[in-house]
Write a protein that binds this ligand. Structure first.
Ligand code: NAD
Ligand code: ZN
Ligand code: ZN
Length: 348
């Protein structure tokens, strides 16, 4: 089969590899019908994730068809249409039982293994370990182009942003960064009845998209971001401030927007230390949350997509075939200048 193989920083190739096959009785093999690229794949290609070594097939998001099942599999059969999520879980370890499979002990201490610790989903087929407890059946009225965004970005914005931030009816929510993850938070704040959602980004295209995804207000990030957002809230600040970029300055911005008693929900992956003004923050009774997505909200999100409450398909702006994998990466890497959010990649 063919797959996108990582060959060290800056190097990848769509090339021949051995077919994905069953190794454990708890495995299934899924033929990949739709995949996409995540910002994390770009981090890997920069060489930022040393656990990913030469020869690893990239990708941790897929929708596909089961083609082979291991002897222990009870919940899936050949021909089933399934969502392969970014997080793999055994379902039994202490963390899985606490609904925190992001730290599944059985699969390696971290639930994100595809395109990281084992071969991933940017391939014609993928071996899925612990398939009974990790895969999700895709409802008939949910398309592949909708389901693919439930593998990672939608659950991330919802779980690490909206749920961790404890958005409640009537709340005013700020979202710093309107990429796929920030837009996913914007798209799902409405489920908890936020009355206002303020999107903040440096990119005008992303701010336009934010309105389309449900933001009531937009603020172009710059020197006056904090003052502009405070002005929109009558000087009070927001109830929940979600950070979806991953830079020190954007976390500081998110922290500067929250009212006393509010929550700062950090989603961004940070690469360097951040100095927070604790001398001002301690007296504000604010909560700061952070974490790796668990993807445990996928069943809820699948229902909301199936019923039409979440238009997940809006996330896909560009489509490519497997043969155009390099082009797909180029467009995604330069997303802002290409007016791109997420790319949809299919066999042909
Ligand atoms: N916690 C998790 O489990 C988890 C999972 C997936 C992704 N992430 C992280 O979430 C973050 C967002 O991911 P994404 O895929 O949406 O990324 P993205 O690059 O598509 O979006 C980031 C957005 O931030 C905007 N931005 C950049 N600088 C800014 C600034 N100074 N002020 C305001 N906006 C600014 C960009 O224009 C862009 O729209 C990343 O750090 C990613 O690694 C975390
Ligand atoms: Zn990802
Ligand atoms: Zn587990």
């Amino acid at each position: 089969m063919k797959a996108l193989v990582y060959h060290g920083p800056g190097q990848k190739a769509w090339e021949d590899v051995p077919d994905a096959s069953i190794r454990e009785p708890t495995d299934v093999v899924v033929k990949v019908d739709t995949t996409t690229i995540c910002g994390t794949d770009l981090h890997i290609l920069h060489g930022d994730v040393p656990a990913v070594t030469d020869g690893r097939i990239l990708g941790h998001e897929a929708v596909g068809t089961v083609t082979e099942v291991g002897d222990a599999i009870k919940g899936f059969s050949v021909g089933d249409r399934v969502l392969v999520p970014a997080i793999t879980k055994c379902g039994r370890c202490e963390y899985c039982q606490r609904s925190m499979p992001s730290h599944c002990q059985t699969v390696g201490g971290i639930g994100w293994i595809f395109g990281h610790l084992i071969d991933g989903t940017q391939a014609e087929s993928v071996r899925v370990p612990y398939a009974d407890t990790s895969l999700y059946a895709v409802p008939a009225n949910v398309t592949n182009e909708q389901a693919i965004f439930l593998a990672d970005s939608l659950p991330t914005g919802y779980e690490v942003g909206v749920l961790a931030g404890k958005v409640r009816p009537g709340d005013t929510v700020a979202v710093v960064g309107a990429g796929a993850v920030g837009l996913s938070a914007i798209l799902t704040t409405g489920l908890w009845g936020a009355s206002r959602v303020i999107a903040i980004d440096t990119n005008k295209f992303r701010l336009d998209k934010a309105r389309d995804f449900g933001a009531t207000d937009t603020v172009e990030a710059g020197d006056n971001t904090t003052a502009d957002v405070l002005a929109l809230t009558g000087g009070v600040g927001v109830d929940v401030s979600i950070e979806a970029v991953g830079f020190p300055e954007t976390l500081l911005t998110a922290a500067s927007l929250v009212r006393p008693g509010g929550t700062i929900a950090n989603i961004g992956v940070h690469g360097v230390p951040v100095s927070l003004p604790m001398q001002d923050m301690w007296i504000q009774n604010v909560t700061l949350t952070m974490g790796l997505v668990d993807t445990v909200s996928i069943p809820t999100l699948l229902k909301m997509v199936a019923s039409g409450r979440i238009p997940a398909e809006k996330m896909g702006t560009h489509s490519f075939t497997f043969a155009q994998m390099d082009e797909a990466y180029d467009v995604f890497k330069n997303a802002a200048e290409n007016s791109a959010l997420k790319v949809v990649i299919t066999p042909s």
